[in-house]
Design a protein. Structure first.
Length: 163
């Protein structure tokens, strides 16, 4: 199985030549409160303008719910995070982000979204299934397989509400 299959956590090595491997991401970085945000209106990409109105804060974990959650099959035209949106999240100082696409970006030269986030210690989780999850704040647990020396790991993702 490819380690980028289904819900998975990317490590910086995925896009940075000397990046850290998946085993350097501590579980404490993958547990805590996260905000699911409704970005269903985004047709192609999530931009800075789409994110500025959400009231995100420093150290937030944010999970993008887009039209990607509505499809059970792979869509080559999935909604992705544009480079200007990634720069905005870096400026804010978020801790991590998750997306309901199997990738955080597509067709961007030099993988600018991934690289910007990784260079600023933002954790990336891809392939979340958020179809039946309402926007709001949840207690989140991301549990990647215990693998070492590689650029990603498949993971289970839990959101617990009503807290």
């Amino acid at each position: 199985m490819d380690v980028h299959c289904g819900t998975h956590v990317d490590a910086p090595l995925h896009m940075l030549e000397d990046g850290e491997t998946i085993d350097t991401i501590g579980l404490e970085q993958l547990v805590g409160y996260a905000r699911v945000v409704d970005l269903m209106h985004c047709e192609e990409a999530i931009t800075r303008a789409d994110l500025e109105v959400l009231g995100l804060q420093r150290n937030d974990w944010v999970l993008f719910k887009t039209r990607n959650s509505l499809s059970a099959s792979f869509d080559f035209q999935f909604v992705y995070l544009r480079e200007d949106g990634a720069r905005y999240l870096v400026e804010l100082g978020i801790r991590g982000l998750g997306t309901d696409a199997l990738g955080i970006e597509r067709a961007q030269p030099d993988y600018a979204t991934h690289r910007s986030l990784f260079r600023n210690n933002v954790i990336i989780v891809e392939g979340l299934r958020l179809k039946d999850v309402a926007p709001g704040t949840y207690f989140m647990v991301i549990a990647p397989l215990k693998l070492t020396g590689i650029d990603a790991a498949p993971a289970r993702a839990f959101l617990i509400g009503g807290m």
